[in-house]
Design a binder for this molecule. Structure first.
Ligand code: ADP
Ligand code: ZN
Length: 730
């Protein structure tokens, strides 16, 4: 369909709204008509809702009563590219199109009146009387052609008082208008000098530049240890896109969107990029949305939802830390931003760069298979070397049961403190203790609504369920046997480790970093920036410190419980542990001082631990790939999860069994169904969840078979069904 498809006032158009309906609705085009792609406000029952003009209305019924579109919104219309992206991603994730559309409209607050300001430009008339001040105003306006200014700007440039300008407004010589506050972005300059790249880096940057300027879709996996200069290299790809007059998007996990990172980009290009993150205000989002749509924001650096911005001419998408599990949105539309980035780029002829020190097995396999170009940076930039890695065998440390820092690890930390360096203790568990147990009767406090234990958070003085967020005060008596003062914490969390550290090193400055200890992402990022400047001697942290922060004085990382991810039924556990441990170890010794990473483990001979120590990534991936291939698991086979949920556990299982029995549509394509079984999270917010896993070979039209299969089931009452294509855990 052409971008110019226009509908005269009164004609029937089909509007897709953001409401959870299963189809588009017909309306009459408003006065003045509208184009396909226009964002509009339409009546729906007693309400007004937002939608997009999708095409011509059907008109195969009595449509004399069809209501009219209320108004066309002041927003950049949706482009054909975005239609295609939404349609394809909806089909891929088996999500209703209206839910996909919501991803494009929620962020900019479409439909809300934007914040306004008065602006001034040249009007028609001539002044009744010429004065020096008036002449200055007219000269200033003439110099800038059709541009408009705020009262203050114009007053300053013409060096006149505001009353002079207001006087001219009265005579119609200067025109006063209401205008939304959309400040354009200052243009970025790709010609500013970059850092002098090493030979390796320059070679990689050159390959990327060729890909970006080709104007064709392509994906490159940029692999390199932390500190090898991946960021420097992909910023050159951004420069290539800007030179070619195309826009660029850099995606990072939310926590890595720090002021430090934005400053680094500003230093490279001489001006700020558009910053799209959870802390951005609605006004800022609206501004970015519009500027991106009009092509006046050349570079967006943001979190995964930036993928749904209305780029006019997108030439490059970088997905940094591409293996990061936070790219998978686990609520609402279940999409993986890494995969959607590839889809979006293939539609608009853009290049994708997937950057990581420890790529996902999926991307590694795609590169092996030749679908992605492979680029590697093998050494760290400058004098820094990879950290020395070792294990501490906990079986021989003789640690009392409620202590977690081994004597060997303590000695290593002491040495760093003496030298004025930083040490990090890493544990991937939030809160104070994972279990709270009654020492009289053995009762463990669980969540009332979920199948999960409540986790004690001393900092917040509450017990919190990590599934649903439910919290309650810490009881003094056991809820089961009512014994007083018998509730005891079992096992370590990051807060408890912090407590132990304070006892071990009373004079050290200790910073405990856990997402729930900070009011906002911004506060947390500020704390991290302070630590990078040296505000702490010992850093205690969870997964979030494993991501690309740069702590120049950090020379030791102690992993408290390296075994944590090795057990459990998740087939991805090995991959996760490998990535996490490598990332954490990569924190140590970025600058001049060499680093050490020590893993406390009860299983020093475990194959995953051994390949981490040996730094044998290729070996690890190959072994892991072989196992997955033999089992027909992703990325060598395809998986989809069907999650049924409802308040009544029997009804949920009945529905699951009914689906499992009627699996002809799946058998027809050679797919198998497993389950129903309790979902990885078996109960959330009072709803029971069961999961069916569907396994198919790689080249099957799985989505089509799935939609035929699930359409057989009528969801009664409060039963709900969600499809999770490529589930993260299996
Ligand atoms: P990665 O993204 O692989 O972790 P970075 O691009 O962040 O690596 O580089 C690590 C550090 O080394 C950064 O401080 C960066 O500015 C610096 N660096 C990397 N390459 C160069 C170079 N060629 N010249 C100067 N500094 C560099
Ligand atoms: Zn809960």
């Amino acid at each position: 369909m052409s971008e110019q498809m226009f509908f005269e006032a009164g004609t029937l158009v089909s509007v897709l709204t953001t409401q959870p309906l299963d189809r588009a609705l017909d309306y009459r085009a408003p006065e003045g008509g509208c184009f396909r792609g226009a964002y509009v406000e339409v009546p729906l029952g007693p309400r007004k809702v937002i939608g997009v003009v999708w095409g011509a209305g059907k008109g195969d019924y009595d449509y004399s009563k069809v209501r009219a579109i209320i108004r066309v919104l002041d927003a950049v219309p949706m482009r054909e590219e975005m239609f295609s992206f939404l349609e394809k991603s909806a089909a891929y994730t088996l999500t209703p199109l209206s839910a996909m559309l919501r991803l494009t409209t929620r962020a900019p607050g479409l439909g809300d009146p934007p914040s306004m300001q008065k602006i001034y430009r040249r009007g028609e008339g001539e002044p009744d009387r010429v004065t020096a001040a008036r002449t200055k105003v007219l000269e200033t306006l003439a110099e800038y052609g059709d541009l408009a200014f705020t009262l203050r700007e114009l007053g300053e440039m013409a060096a006149v008082t505001s009353s002079v300008i207001k006087g001219l407004v009265k005579q119609g010589v200067v025109r006063e208008e209401e205008s939304p506050r959309y400040m354009p972005f200052v243009r970025l300059d790709p010609e500013l000098p970059s850092k002098a790249l090493t030979e390796d880096q320059a070679a990689a940057a050159a390959v990327l530049a060729v890909g970006v300027t080709s104007g064709d879709y392509g994906t490159t996996l940029l692999r390199g240890v932390t500190g090898s200069g991946k960021t420097e290299v992909y910023l050159e790809a951004v420069a290539a896109a800007l030179r070619a007059g195309r826009q660029a998007l850099v995606l990072l996990p939310e926590i890595a969107l720090t002021a430090e990172f934005y400053t680094r980009v500003e230093a490279r290009f001489g001006a700020k990029p558009a910053e799209w993150h959870s802390g951005a205000t609605m006004t800022e989002r609206r501004r970015i949305w519009r500027m991106v749509g009009e092509g006046n924001a050349q570079l967006v650096i943001g979190a995964r939802s930036a993928l749904f911005l209305p780029f006019q001419n997108l030439g490059l998408i970088v997905v940094d830390e591409e293996h990061d599990t936070s790219y998978k949105q686990e609520e609402g539309v279940l999409y993986n931003a890494r995969d959607m980035a590839v889809l979006r780029a293939s539609i608009c002829g853009a290049h994708v760069v997937l950057a990581s020190a420890t790529p996902s097995l999926e991307s590694w396999a795609n590169a092996q298979a030749g679908k992605y170009t492979k680029l590697e940076l093998t050494s760290r930039f400058g004098p820094a070397v990879m950290p020395t890695m070792g294990t501490i065998d906990m079986r021989s440390e003789g640690l009392p049961s409620d202590r977690w820092v081994s004597p060997s690890l303590k000695k290593e930390v002491d040495a760093r403190l003496e030298r004025g360096e930083q040490a990090m203790l890493f544990i991937n568990r939030r809160g104070y203790a994972p279990v709270t147990l009654c020492r009289a009767c053995g009762h463990q406090i669980g969540c009332d609504d979920c199948d999960a234990r409540m986790v004690e958070h001393r900092f917040l003085k509450r017990l919190i369920c990590h599934q649903c967020g439910e919290s309650k005060p810490m009881p003094t008596a056991c809820p089961s046997c009512e014994a007083e003062d018998k509730m005891a914490p079992i096992g370590p969390g990051v807060e408890r480790l912090g407590e132990e550290a304070h006892a071990l090193w009373p004079d050290a400055r200790i910073a405990t970093l856990s997402s729930d200890m900070y009011g906002s992402a911004r506060a947390l990022k500020e704390e991290i920036a302070g630590i990078a400047q040296g505000s702490a001697d010992i850093i205690i942290g969870t997964q979030l410190v494993a991501k690309g922060h740069n702590f120049p004085k950090l020379t030791l990382v102690g992993v408290i419980d390296a075994d944590l991810g090795l057990t459990g039924s998740d087939l991805r556990a090995a991959e996760r542990t490998f990535q996490l441990m490598r990332q954490v170890a990569g924190r140590a010794g970025r600058a001049e001082a060499p680093g050490t990473a020590l893993l406390q483990t009860y299983q020093p001979d475990h194959p995953v631990i051994r390949s981490i120590l040996a730094g044998d990534e290729e070996g690890f991936w190959k072994a892991e790939a072989k196992e997955r291939e033999q089992a027909g698991m992703p990325p060598y086979g395809r998986l989809a999860g069907i999650i049924l949920s409802g308040p009544d556990v029997a009804a949920v299982f009945d529905a699951g069994n009914q689906l499992a029995r009627n699996d002809k549509a799946l058998r027809d394509v050679g797919a198998q169904v497993y389950g129903p079984a309790p979902a990885p999270i078996a109960r959330v917010r009072g709803r029971h969840r069961v999961r069916l896993l569907v396994k198919a070979s790689k080249n099957v039209a799985l989505q089509r078979a799935l939609s035929i299969w699930i359409s057989q089931i009528k969801l009664k009452g409060d039963l709900r069904l969600a499809v999770d294509i490529d589930p993260q855990s299996f």
